[in-house]
Design a protein around this ligand. Sequence first.
Ligand SMILES: Cc1cc2nc3c(=O)[nH]c(=O)nc-3n(C[C@H](O)[C@H](O)[C@H](O)COP(=O)(O)OP(=O)(O)OC[C@H]3O[C@@H](n4cnc5c(N)ncnc54)[C@H](O)[C@@H]3O)c2cc1C
Length: 300
Amino acid sequence: MTTPAPEDIAIRRLPFESPTRDLMAGASRHEVRLHEHGMIALVDVMPRVVPEGQTADAAIVQAARVSYGAGTKHVQEDRGLIRFLMRHRHTSPFEMVEFKFHVAMPIFVARQWIRHRTANVNEYSGRYSVMPDRFYRPRPDQVCAQSKANRQGRGEPVDIGTAEQFLVYLEQAEAVYGEYERLLDQGVSRELARIALPLSVYTEWYWKCDLHNIFHFLGLRLHPDAQAEIRLYAAAMYALIQPIAPLACEAFDDYHLHAMHLSRLEIEALRSGRPLQSTNEREQAEWHAKAETLGVEPPG
Ligand SMILES: Cc1cc2nc3c(=O)[nH]c(=O)nc-3n(C[C@H](O)[C@H](O)[C@H](O)COP(=O)(O)OP(=O)(O)OC[C@H]3O[C@@H](n4cnc5c(N)ncnc54)[C@H](O)[C@@H]3O)c2cc1C
């Protein structure tokens, strides 16, 4: 039997059964500007066209109903079903919703972001094109000392004199751009000329990811332990997707973002009223933080 050619295949194009709406309200992008040169814009979403009165949550419910069939009869309501799926980590229906963003961020933010491997990415090429003269600079009050509690993070703002010295140091690094341009003019290839540019220079990409993996990204990058600069992008991303899939975002808020995981040792400490059975300082500190959130006095 021969394989039919595309033009020989009959395609039925069926209309929606009821009036529809565009989830981006006819806009080409929903954009958030961040600091001087940063930006994150939602440029597309799947599904984009949904029946009037619905949101992208409909695609999650549709997928769940096909996989659970009659088993979902007892969970009639969409919100209840989505919350059930989120609580029980039935993740694949959330993968049916996708978001595409256009992002401009400093390279040190991009390096953290690119670690999220489940997205599709196309980045500006410094081999093809000249890197634009745009650099990230924090405000003086955002220049902070090394954190005492977290080896990776930052703590309180440094004194103004030190902050100013830090900004001079950035200015000196940015001054390399003049040399970059000069060497390009002298014929050095773009792929080589760029290698001395600082991590504060901006790059851009299109980044497409499904909602399940966006929630994973947001869980990590909205966390107070994440670097402030990427947290800002994560917060803007969350604000952009919330109106598109409000029920899924509400469930993510309730069961992940503002929820807490208790270890077996922590549950035992809570039930028995005895100290946490661990000599690990970090684990003890985390347990104390959780007990404070729960409003209980950590035993011992
Ligand atoms: C606060 C913070 C500090 C960090 N510090 C460091 C650091 O010091 N050094 C460093 O190198 N990284 C660091 N990271 C990066 C971190 O280790 C992860 O690489 C990053 O957060 C991406 O997480 P992920 O792999 O879960 O996400 P994704 O790549 O988005 O993957 C999502 C999920 O898909 C699955 N998955 C994806 N790819 C594979 C695969 N190939 N095999 C199996 N499962 C897969 C996993 O379940 C994974 O959790 C840090 C991250 C944070 C948030």
